[in-house]
Design a protein around this ligand. Structure first.
Ligand code: AMP
Length: 599
């Protein structure tokens, strides 16, 4: 492939052949000079019989690269589709259609139609009937329209496959083949992809003629605005490490990338449970839920979005302060895709990988791809976090907007009440009010151990030695359950499950979650009832199996505090609201209401 290299003389949009009506619109949008991908692609698509394979990611300016020439080649007097853009998700579909509408603002009568699943096909058919020039489609819905003979592809001059790798990952291979078989052979075809898996080569071989191949410098390459840092911790400490980092950056606005839907939901749930302003975005949520979460994040009502790679693709937010890799992706190139969401437009950003020792190899592979070396991060100490939060709080005091009118009438009595205190005393009390709990927490919290091979081995030994047999507390019976952490089970969910399946109030004692199983105590008299009732239930489409626990010979109690203790910094409000309810008692403290999946 031909790598893009800096040209000494940069071309203007006029020199690339962009028409005045489009120039006017993009100038208004602030596009002064073409981005590299635009410089390469625009002239090719303005020509005829040019096929292009471009390795370029979101954020490189690829939408305008194909959008401008595609729009320019439309003949508005002919009211049938002349350009087809395929993309993987509804969000991206709407985003592309929106961008094309912006670019074609000064082209009279040009119609762009997004067609995607999950919305009324009838209204899309109606719009197609009226006549459209550019169809932006997700493959499944387009095939549906083709089968109903509601869309004609016989006059298509340009076909764009945007995020082709993602479309294949999502299983659209057959649909893409069906669509491409319908478009005329004499057209330009452009395929954009962030990665180049084998299946893409099969498509390009089948449908493209002598394609030009271009690689647009991966957006992080040479992007001096992004710092890449990794923290190496024990797998069990990953969540704690994430919390510390988030606490250390009080004004964080970032995405926490996870690999699976389950992990995404689990981490989001833990963060929400611990009082952070976080939510989950993944494919298991309904479209309405996804839209809601994305909108909250866009308008910054949400600080942390925990997301899978696929779900985050449709999100057009790229001015993040941080990108967290809770799990590193299998495909190295996805790393650049993720981290490129920060450090945009001259701003600085930090891409943080939280790894365990087995992931060291991945870090090295990524370094090769981004041509940069990761910094090895040292997790902030409790003291450093307290200081950081403190100064952030003080900063907020300085900057807060005082609504003089509203508080005017109240102030005399407030002043009277506090007049016996010196200014310094008032400040100290204000600070203490906010910080006592956090300082207490970090005084007691263990520092998280940074891993190297030797400590890893000794830790395993320590774990084994610290195991002890476990008996139920006085008055309680210990039961086992065939679900564990790996199934996405949390203590609150277990409590919810007990309360849902067993009528009446049941006292629940200690809960011990293991990877694939759990142990929990119930008041002695209720054990039989709990077993018989719960065994009629399902969780996550699997039958629940509860039994009297045999002595398991091991306990994870030592980890409990670490795994589920709340973050002090974010917890104050919640503690006040919830009156410090322990999580293992039956509770309806709002946590359950926030959950998306229910047993
Ligand atoms: P994309 O890769 O198409 O998602 O584009 C990334 C961002 O760059 C979008 O916000 C575009 O509006 C913006 N953009 C695209 N081309 C240009 C340009 N030539 N000058 C300035 N901004 C651009």
């Amino acid at each position: 492939m031909r790598p893009h290299h800096d040209k000494s003389i940069l071309k203007t949009f006029e020199e690339l052949g962009v028409a005045p009506s489009i120039l006017k619109a993009i100038r208004e949008m602030g596009y002064e000079v073409p981005m590299p991908v635009q410089e390469e692609v625009i002239p090719l698509l303005l020509g005829n019989d040019n096929d292009v394979i471009a390795l370029a990611q979101t954020g490189t300016g690829k939408t305008a690269a194909y959008g401008l020439p595609v729009l320019q080649k439309i003949n508005q007097l002919q009211t049938y589709p002349q350009a087809l853009i395929l993309c993987p998700t509804r969000e991206l579909c709407l985003q592309i259609a929106g961008d094309l509408n912006d670019y074609s603002k000064y082209i009279d009568g040009l119609k762009v139609l997004p067609v995607y699943g999950g919305s009324s096909i009838e209204s899309q058919i109606k719009a197609l009937k009226k006549g459209v020039h550019v169809v932006v489609a997700t493959p499944g819905r387009l095939v549906d329209l083709m089968r109903r003979k509601r869309v004609a592809l016989g006059e298509i001059k340009n076909v764009i496959l945007d995020e082709a790798d993602e479309m294949l990952t999502m299983g659209f291979s057959d649909s893409i083949n069906a669509i491409l078989a319908e478009v005329p052979p004499s057209r330009n075809m452009l395929l954009f992809s962030a990665t180049m898996p084998q299946e893409i080569s099969r498509i390009t071989k089948k449908y493209m003629r002598n394609p030009q191949e271009i690689v647009i410098g991966r957006k992080n390459e040479g992007n001096e605005n992004i710092r890449h840092v990794y923290y190496m911790v024990h797998a069990k400490d990953k969540y704690l490490a994430l919390k510390r980092l988030v606490d250390f950056y009080p004004n964080v606005y970032g995405i926490v990338f996870c690999r699976t839907r389950r992990e995404t939901q689990e981490i989001a749930d833990k963060l929400i449970h611990d009082g952070y302003n976080a939510d989950a975005l993944h494919g298991e949520l309904s479209q309405i839920q996804r839209d809601y979460v994305m909108q909250k994040f866009r308008i910054r009502n949400l600080q942390l979005l925990v997301a899978t790679d696929v779900a985050a693709r449709g999100l057009d937010v790229d001015d993040l302060t941080h990108v967290f890799h809770y799990s590193l992706p299998d495909e190295t190139e996805l790393y650049t895709h993720r981290s490129g969401r920060t450090g945009r437009a001259g701003k600085t950003g930090i891409s943080i990988a939280i790894c365990h020792s087995k992931e060291k190899g991945k870090i090295r592979s990524i370094e090769k791809v981004i041509s940069k070396t990761f910094e090895i991060g040292a997790l902030p100490t409790g003291k450093a976090i307290c200081e950081k939060q403190l100064f952030n709080f003080v900063d907020q005091i300085e900057k807060v907007k005082v609504n003089e009118e509203e508080i005017e009438s109240l102030m005399p009595s407030v002043f009277r009440k506090l007049e016996w205190l010196e200014k310094e005393d008032i400040i100290k009390r204000l600070i203490s009010l906010e910080f006592n709990r956090m300082i207490d927490y970090y005084r007691d919290a263990n520092e998280i151990e940074v891993v190297d091979e030797s400590t890893h081995r000794s830790e395993n030994r320590k774990d084994r030695n610290s195991r002890r047999s476990y008996n139920a507390e006085e008055g309680y019976t210990r039961l086992s359950l065939n679900f564990g952490k790996a199934d996405g089970l949390f203590p609150n969910q277990l409590i919810e499950l007990v309360n849902k399946s067993v009528p009446g109030k049941v006292q629940i004692g200690k809960i011990e979650l293991r990877d694939n199983s759990a142990f929990f105590e119930v008041e002695k008299g209720a054990a039989e009832k709990v077993i018989s009732r719960m065994n009629k239930y399902e969780f996550d489409n699997r039958a629940v199996y509860v039994a009297l626990a045999e002595d398991s010979g091991g306990s994870e109690w030592n980890n409990r505090k670490n795994n589920y203790s709340s973050s002090p910094a974010k917890e104050f409000g919640k503690y006040r609201k919830n009156n410090n309810k322990p999580w293992r008692k039956h509770s309806s403290d709002g946590y359950n209401k926030q959950r998306k999946r229910r047993p």
